[in-house]
Design a protein around this ligand. Structure first.
Ligand code: NAD
Length: 431
């Protein structure tokens, strides 16, 4: 089986490697020449556990190639899997332009009998309305007659891609019965995960968005309840754990903000489309707003209870949006920085996964907690787990805002720091 994976990103490249590991001859096609050269050399460009070793093995075995010529790779493949990004426009509408550009190139090389599978998260109906016509126009072929199309959302996440690709059920939907049969066979044989055929392309598109909305709404609920607990004198984390033992509840963690490619973005794919169809997703829209406001809300809490942040030196811990990950797409660190600057604070940043130069490129001044008045934990990186509160206090730190409830409140307070956690009453809030 010859497979072309279009988009050799953090998701596409490991996926391509897994196909190859299961016996396919795989070509990764990407517009990034540096990335293509790295794949051709068998060198992993990403910090993804297990990827470097797997790529080295596949390179030795000659099972993984790379190119910038999507049309050509497509013309030599029986299956084409597309996993390039779909971003949001400034008006928070889904931007299909990257997907359409990739589809046009695929269309130019498409052979009769090929199977095209989209994995990129899109709005429900997007594949049929905005992508299949591009394939048809550029190939002169007809979907469902001359070639097959299916949709299968990618549901794993960075740093756990190889760990989860073989175990997370692979949701699929097809243009017609023949496409469904082919896509089920593809993933059963070359991914090794259980395959969950939900029927249509639209059902598969919706499955991914449901997962995202569930998380966003659940986190927003946790954030609102946590805000209540801060003034009610109840430790939210303590009661969350207990509430979750009733066999029904599964409340997620509150926090100082939601980041990443997925949760801050994909809910809009559904809420915007839903509005167009005359059905407002009030809860989902409110959740997005609550979670977006979380960084500013927590800073306002500190400013209102302690003192205004103007002129204060504030040190942020964590640019990556998730612990242990060097990915800062929509990281709450950006919202924290902007809000702090707007309030007239001086902001510095520290993240063990980024060099000082990379931090500067991202718009942050590198610094150290000891030089700050306020330390804000944005990411629960392991390296931040055991701060020496006494040293911080001795150096002049007055306040810690623990945005992930990662630290021990008593220890911080015993060292003389004013501690704020999410859903934990600070000394100034306790009655
Ligand atoms: N990153 C995640 O955690 C995650 C999780 C689940 C699903 N996904 C899905 O996977 C998609 C891709 O995510 P990612 O993290 O791999 O993105 P990424 O930004 O790491 O990689 C995307 C790749 O696509 C390439 N590309 C862009 N335009 C192209 C074109 N016209 N032709 C060929 N290649 C092109 C880019 O050069 C880049 O290498 C997301 O949009 C999302 O739908 C991502």
């Amino acid at each position: 089986m010859k497979i072309t994976v279009v988009g050799g990103g953090r998701m596409g490249l490991p996926l391509a490697c897994v196909f190859a590991k299961h016996g396919a001859f795989v070509t990764v096609s990407d517009i990034n020449q540096v990335l293509v050269a790295s794949i051709q050399a068998g060198i992993s460009p990403y910090e993804e556990p297990g990827l470097a070793e797997l790529m080295a093995d596949l390179h030795r075995a000659g099972r993984l190639g790379a190119t910038t010529d999507t049309a050509r790779a497509t013309s030599e493949s029986e299956v084409i899997v597309i996993i390039v990004p779909a971003h949001l426009t400034s008006a928070r509408e889904i931007d299909f332009s990257i997907l359409q550009a990739a589809s046009a190139e695929i269309g130019k090389g498409l052979r009769p009998g090929a199977l095209v599978v989209y994995e990129t998260t899109v709005a429900v109906g997007g594949t049929r309305r905005c992508l299949i016509p591009v394939l048809e126009t550029h190939s002169g072929l007809k979907a469902g007659e001359d070639f097959d199309v299916a949709y299968s959302p990618e549901r794993v996440k960075a740093n756990l891609v190889l760990a989860r690709l073989g175990t997370t059920p692979k949701v699929v939907g097809g243009y017609n019965a023949a496409a469904r049969e082919r896509v089920v066979a593809l993933y059963s044989q070359y991914l090794g995960a259980p395959v969950d055929d939900v029927g249509t392309i639209e059902a598969a598109e919706m499955t991914k968005l449901l997962g995202m909305l569930y998380r966003d709404v659940n986190i927003a609920l946790a954030n609102e309840l946590a805000a209540f607990c801060e003034v009610a004198g109840v430790d939210f984390e303590r009661v969350r754990l207990s509430a979750n033992t009733d066999g029904e509840a599964n409340l997620l963690l509150p926090g100082i903000g939601v980041g990443g490619h997925c949760v801050p973005v994909y809910p809009y794919f559904l809420t915007r489309e839903s509005r167009r169809l005359g059905i407002t997703q009030r809860l989902s829209e409110a959740a997005r707003e609550i979670n977006d406001q979380q960084p500013a809300r927590e800073l306002e809490r500190v400013a209102a209870l302690w003192k205004p942040l103007s002129g204060q030196r504030v040190h942020l811990l964590g640019l990556g949006f998730r612990p242990g990950v060097k990915v800062d797409t929509f990281s709450p660190a950006y919202a924290l920085r902007d809000e702090l600057r707007q309030r007239g604070a001086q902001v510095t940043m520290e993240d063990p996964h980024y060099t000082d130069q990379e931090l500067r490129q991202a718009g942050f001044e590198p610094g150290a907690a000891e030089a700050a008045h306020v330390v804000v934990l944005g990411t629960a990186h392991e390296e931040f787990a055991r701060p020496d509160f006494a040293v911080w206090r001795g150096a002049g730190v007055e306040v810690v805002l623990d945005g992930r409830n990662f630290w021990n409140q008593e220890a911080a307070e015993a060292a003389g720091l004013l501690y704020f956690g999410i859903g934990r009453a600070s000394r100034l809030e306790r009655r």
